[in-house]
Design a protein around this ligand. Structure first.
Ligand code: NI
Ligand code: MN
Length: 239
């Protein structure tokens, strides 16, 4: 399995001939300053969205209607929103927290996230209810990964570890809207993955959580069992 970080919480995951995008965000205002421009978004077989905020859902909102074969996986409310925007319903798939569903070669379990999920423009428009925010445990090939979405720390991450045993986890470390490095280190202790990739830091919103500090804290507090990967946007990782 190969993965490319797209800045913020966006990842492109490739396994065999199938491609998954998680929370892709590029141009949708205010735009993702970290987005690697050489990476295509229009060749995905599946897009999975964690919640309604524009740095996660915005690009899917603007491009889902134009793509022909891409399936879009969201919670029920975001699916209804896309349907009302005219995205054909045969390409929309919804699930909710606790459930497991296979889409193409990817098996998703939707997990809780402590966050919010309103859909709105950056402006004085009224927010639309976007359902519950989420993360995903994803099984593909012989790997299990866990993308936590935007979330604060929660101790039921221990249950995610016990039930699904993810080898690779993506955790928000940017602070302010999600966990910062200190809380994310505790999340790593709960999840005990082989590899952890920090996300949702720096970038457009200048989120202060520092991946170098996170890496140093994981190594000091948890030892050699966990490898912290800090990819540049656009860099290909073999996982
Ligand atoms: Ni958010
Ligand atoms: Mn966010």
């Amino acid at each position: 399995m190969e993965a490319i970080w797209l800045g913020q919480s966006g990842f492109k995951i490739m396994e065999g001939k199938k491609t998954l995008l998680i929370d892709p965000w590029h141009k949708f205002p205010p735009g993702n300053v970290l987005f690697p421009r050489e990476v295509r978004l229009d060749d995905a077989d599946v897009i999975a969205v964690t919640h309604g905020h524009l740095d996660h859902f915005g690009e899917t909102m603007s491009m889902a209607g134009k793509l022909e074969k891409t399936k879009v996986l969201t919670n029920y409310e975001l699916m209804m929103f896309l349907m009302e925007m005219g995205v054909p319903k045969e390409r929309l798939i919804s699930m909710n927290i606790g459930g497991t569903l296979k889409v193409e070669d990817f098996e998703f379990t939707m997990t809780q996230a402590f966050h919010s999920s309103g859909i709105g423009e950056f402006g004085p428009k009224q927010l639309v209810y976007g359902g519950m925010p989420a993360g995903y445990v994803i099984r593909v090939g012989n790997k299990t990964i866990y993308h936590a979405g935007d979330t604060g720390l929660f101790s039921d991450m221990k249950l995610i570890a016990e039930l699904y045993k993810p080898e690779v986890v993506m955790l928000s470390i940017g602070d302010v809207y999600t966990m910062g490095p200190k809380e994310a280190v505790r999340a790593v202790a709960f999840l005990r993955p082989k590899k952890v990739i920090p996300m949702h830091y720096g970038g457009t919103f200048k989120l202060p959580g520092d991946p170098a500090i996170f890496k140093e804290m994981v190594e000091r507090e948890l030892g050699d069992g966990v490898e912290v990967l800090v990819p540049k946007p656009g860099e290909r990782l073999e996982l």
